[in-house]
Design a protein around this ligand. Structure first.
Ligand code: MN
Ligand code: MN
Length: 310
């Protein structure tokens, strides 16, 4: 496969260990996990309005799933200046913008509430190829990460989707995964995930989360060309219980972080990496919270969140 060799060469030039790829394993079990995946929607227009979303769903999609999926982007679809590398995939469990040049998501967004947590045990086995990607796009597999030195880093966390086996399995689909240093994944990134869980599960808050990679400096790649971010960002918007529409105001608590994708940070507190949404927007090129009124965005995106440190 020429594309395979070319990508491997790119990865080798980038200085990342490829690892010896063993026998090409048969395709991972994937089709069942992509049930409920919606057709990609066009990304070039303002389409984040909740009211417009159900019309974009294929008629076969269950109404309940469509409603849940639309909720992930209730604060707006992140947008940048170049929609050509933003393929919007809306799933019941999360929504994402897929970048077929980098073979990873630009961002993954999800709503998080207490009922998302349940007794389901973590999916066992390989990570799952996303069969919903259009024909012709590289479908990243479990083995693209093998021997790379990077974790398969969840954006929408496994624990955030434990209300059913199907929901948990969906977080292991590889379009929700980016190459992440273990020390980050198991360190400050995890501690911020635990804060989000605490807010949603124990404190009754409703969270809107968006996370993804930042690419600064020379971009490395692993496997058949899976781009490795230099840093990761995450934005949490925390809606207080009983908040009435429009719900997001100048008072709304927002936590934004940028964490470097490096080793030796496992013990760092997440709060060390706090920043503003404005800074995340500057470094990613994306506008976030696009359906929040401009005057409110101006205030909450400039502020460095004052969440209690953990
Ligand atoms: Mn993780
Ligand atoms: Mn914004």
């Amino acid at each position: 496969m020429p594309v395979l060799r070319a990508a491997a060469l790119v990865a080798a030039i980038a200085g990342f260990a490829i690892g010896c790829v063993p026998d090409r394993l048969r395709e991972e079990r994937g089709s069942a996990a992509t049930r409920g995946v919606d057709a990609p929607a066009p990304t070039s227009t303002r389409k984040a309005k909740r009211s417009a979303r159900p019309a974009a769903e294929p008629p076969a999609a269950p109404a309940a799933a469509a409603t849940r999926a639309a909720g992930h982007l209730a604060l707006g679809t992140p947008r940048d200046a170049d929609p050509s590398d933003d393929l919007l995939l809306v799933k019941p469990e999360y929504a994402l913008s897929y970048n077929a040049r980098r073979n990873v998501a630009n961002w993954v967004g999800w709503r998080l509430v207490g009922s998302d947590f349940g007794p389901t045990r973590r999916h066992k086995g390989k990570f799952i190829t996303d069969e919903s990607l259009p024909p012709g796009m590289l479908r990243v597999g479990h083995d693209d990460y093998s021997g790379s030195g990077f974790d398969r880093g969840h954006m929408c966390r496994s624990e955030d989707r434990t209300s059913s086996e199907e929901a948990n399995r969906a977080t292991f689909v590889l379009t929700n995964i980016l190459p992440q240093r273990h020390e980050l994944n198991a360190g400050p990134w995890l501690r911020l995930e635990e804060l989000a869980q605490d807010l949603a599960q124990k404190q009754g808050r409703e969270l809107y989360v968006v996370a993804g990679g930042i690419y600064e400096g020379p971009i490395g790649a692993i496997g058949r060309g899976v781009a490795v971010p230099s840093s990761f960002f995450k934005i949490l918007v925390v809606i207080e219980p009983g908040e009435t529409p429009p719900r997001v105001s100048e008072r709304t608590r927002v936590v934004a972080v940028v964490m470097p994708n490096v080793g030796e940070i496992e013990r760092e507190p997440w709060a060390r990496y706090r920043t503003s949404v404005d800074e995340v927007e500057r470094r990613t090129g994306y506008d976030f919270l696009t359906d929040v009124p401009e005057d409110v965005q101006r205030v909450i995106e400039a502020r460095v969140g004052d969440a209690p440190a953990r």
